[in-house]
Design a protein around this ligand. Structure first.
Ligand code: FAD
Length: 420
């Protein structure tokens, strides 16, 4: 195997495959290798529906070999170190590789060890997560007979920030259908201050919360999990009050302030585990203080190494980490790489933070949050052609887009390098 490539891409996930495919569409002669140890490529956005029993898990997975763009060399290996000042990286099985240009797209890693008690309990009994095993979530939901259904998320950035609440709405709707909602308390406890940052979407979601009679608990950061007694301890992340009050009661209705801790018992728990950049990224000199890849937020070029680009979940971008965001990031990275190869500046700064979150609010119901770095609501004009006048409102057609339209576009267009 050769050891030098014109373009090396770390990661054959959504970002890596789309970038390679679009580069080759622009110039089929490029010498590109993707490094990825995984046998399987996943369409993770559908895991929300898998967790609610409305999508088959097997349809979210395809062999990695089948999604590798023709003309790319797949190095089935793991990157373990980046030496950007030498234009090289180290792999587990193939030693050092050198490059002219590097695209860093290894996604993020799940870090349950950051919440005491989570690593031991995740995926067992009634503690589930769509982030790690959505089939288990569905089992837990089906076995639930009433009581406290607790949904929460960590203080770290996570992929698809809306996913922890989507499954809460689907669970509430599932319980309603089974006649169990009256016998249940559905609680969504989040470190965030509001249910969603975009006001248009927030209004709809508050209405959804009321409809299901859910408890929305802002400023609640999960601190530890006692799986034996089925209790989560939350700490307040309220910015103002710092009184030291410890509440050992099990009051769901309690307001959280300051240094307070509150314990909430659960009969089922869905949690988005803490998440961070992979260790070899955090240990490199390519990261910002928070440990994410330090790229220019508009051009996606690395701030210190001009021949390095980063996109997808690993990138330090102040927007939601989604595949939808990657769809808009890829053409910018590709445009800038092609410019550099022609000795022109990487001056494409078109990425304005677009991301989108398909907020499923029940079976057959969805609102589509599309937004930019400023949190402006930026709905795609093409939605009008689908007879969706206002995507901030719940719509059956949006749910159909999520369940059928987007998976089709993903496998057949986006991964093939086509603009959609
Ligand atoms: C439950 C859930 C719901 C979601 N819902 C949505 C949604 O509705 N809409 C949406 O747009 N997005 C959604 N997402 C987010 C979306 O799936 C991710 O943002 C997207 O997959 C990120 O792409 P990526 O290429 O950065 O990382 P990934 O797709 O995770 O790929 C990373 C790749 O890098 C490889 N890799 C890792 N480490 C190394 C290494 N050391 N060396 C080489 N290769 C490595 C991995 O094997 C993997 O193949 C959801 C995610 C989850 C979990």
């Amino acid at each position: 195997m050769k050891s030098h490539y014109q373009i090396l891409i770390i990661g054959g996930g959504t970002a890596g495959i789309m970038t390679a495919a679009q580069l080759l569409k622009a110039n089929s002669k490029l010498d590109i290798a993707i490094i990825d140890p995984a046998d399987t490529h996943y369409y993770q956005p559908a895991w929300t529906l898998v967790g609610a029993g409305d999508f088959s898990f097997s349809k979210t997975a395809k062999p990695m070999a089948s999604v590798m763009p023709k003309g790319v060399s797949w190095i089935k290996d793991k990157a373990t170190e980046i030496k950007a000042s030498d234009n090289s990286l180290v792999t587990e099985g193939n030693g050092s590789l050198t490059y002219d240009y590097l695209v860093v797209a290894p996604g993020l890693v799940i870090a349950p060890e950051l919440i005491p008690g989570l690593k031991e309990s995740l995926g067992k009994g009634v503690v589930c997560s769509n982030y790690t095993d959505p089939k288990h979530t569905w089992e837990v939901l089906q076995n639930f007979k009433g009581g406290n259904a607790l949904f929460t998320q960590p203080t770290t950035p996570i992929k698809c920030g809306g996913a922890p609440q989507k499954i809460a709405y689907l669970a509430a709707d599932h319980l309603r259908k089974r006649g169990l909602l009256e016998k249940s308390e559905v609680i969504f406890a989040t470190p965030g201050s509001v249910i969603f940052g975009v006001p248009e979407i927030r209004r709809t979601l508050m209405h959804v919360i009321d409809r299901y009679g859910m408890h929305f608990k802002p400023f609640y950061a999960p601190q530890s999990i006692d799986a034996e007694n089925q209790v989560v301890t939350f700490k307040s992340v309220h910015p103002e009050d710092n009184q030291c009050v410890v509440n050992e009661g099990n009051e769901i209705g309690e307001e959280m302030h300051g240094d307070m801790t509150i314990k909430i018992p659960y009969d089922m728990l869905h949690i988005a585990p803490p998440q961070q950049a992979p260790q070899f990224i955090r240990e490199s000199d390519l990261v910002n203080e928070a440990g994410w890849l330090n790229v220019d937020i508009n051009s996606l070029q690395h701030k210190n190494y001009s021949n390095v680009f980063g996109l997808g979940d690993v990138a330090a971008l102040p927007t939601a980490k989604t595949g939808a965001a990657i769809r808009k990031q890829v053409p910018v990275v590709v445009g800038n790489l092609l410019s550099l190869m022609e000795s022109k500046p990487a001056d494409n700064k078109d990425y304005q933070g677009y991301s989108s979150c398909p907020l499923v609010t029940g079976y057959g119901k969805m609102t589509l949050a599309e937004f930019d770095y400023e949190g402006n609501f930026t709905p795609d004009p093409k939605l009008k052609q689908m007879l969706i006048k206002d995507s901030s409102k719940e719509h059956w057609r949006l749910y159909m887009l999520k369940k059928y339209g987007l998976p089709y576009l993903y496998w057949n267009k986006m991964l093939k390098g086509q603009a959609v």
